[in-house]
Write a protein that binds this ligand. Structure first.
Ligand SMILES: *Cc1c(COP(=O)(O)O)cnc(C)c1O
Length: 211
């Protein structure tokens, strides 16, 4: 994968390090990579402690349980996986208490997929007035994932829909594209590719994709 040469300037690489040890993160950080994504708090915290000497931007990309919000806003500067109004309100309230202001991407589900969470596009537009005025979070974009069985041609259409929805809401960022579909996502205007196995190799320890 020759991401650096191929990517447009607006498309950044989030290195998804779930399932990989601190030593692998350190090796990639030493090559200049700064943004790393983790999907489980209990796995991420010890790695963050190991790597505290490095200047890393930690992104949370996993399913966010409401009882983990306080720990997540303290440990991560960007959250890609806020998937309901109630959760967004909770992230804002707790961020205010903790005096942090995380950047938040709202996860959208543009195709039926029982294994994933996410806002339906119409619902997101109807609650947008409430979400966009939450005081302690910066809503910077949308995140989406294609269903596993989605064909490449429909992936690109799906990613374009995500980009269009973000544009309608005047949101700069779209977090879309993984190891298997980063080309389609880049063509559709992704600003964050979340790439794990294509960078680090297959995950050595079990780390389920977010639900
Ligand atoms: C694991 C994961 C990725 C990276 O997946 P790869 O196929 O290894 O690139 C991206 N996004 C989310 C939400 C993930 O859980």
């Amino acid at each position: 994968m020759h991401l650096r040469e191929d990517l447009p300037a607006s498309t950044r690489l989030l290195a998804v390090s779930k399932g990989h040890p601190s030593s692998s993160i350190r090796a990639l950080a030493q090559l200049g990579q700064r943004a790393f994504g983790e999907s489980r708090l209990q796995e991420a915290l010890p790695k963050q402690a190991d790597l505290a000497d490095l200047d890393i931007d930690w992104h949370f990309i996993g399913r966010l349980q409401s009882n983990k919000v306080r720990s997540v806003v303290k440990a991560f500067s960007v959250i890609h996986s806020v998937d309901s109004l109630a959760l967004a309100e909770r992230v804002s309230r707790i961020s205010a208490e903790e005096e942090v202001s995380p950047s938040v991407l709202l996860q959208v589900k543009l195709r039926p997929d029982p294994s994933k969470g996410g806002f339906d596009a119409n619902h997101l537009q109807s609650v947008w007035p409430q979400i966009s005025t939450l005081p302690a979070v910066r809503i910077v974009g949308l995140m989406t994932m294609a269903p596993l069985d989605c064909l490449a041609i429909d992936r690109q259409a799906l990613f374009r829909e995500c980009r269009d929805l973000a544009d309608r809401l005047a949101l700069p960022d779209c977090s879309m594209g993984m190891s298997g579909d980063w080309r389609e996502a880049t063509a559709a205007g992704s600003t964050w590719l979340r790439v794990g196995s294509a960078l680090f190799g297959a995950r050595p320890v079990s780390a389920p994709a977010m639900g």
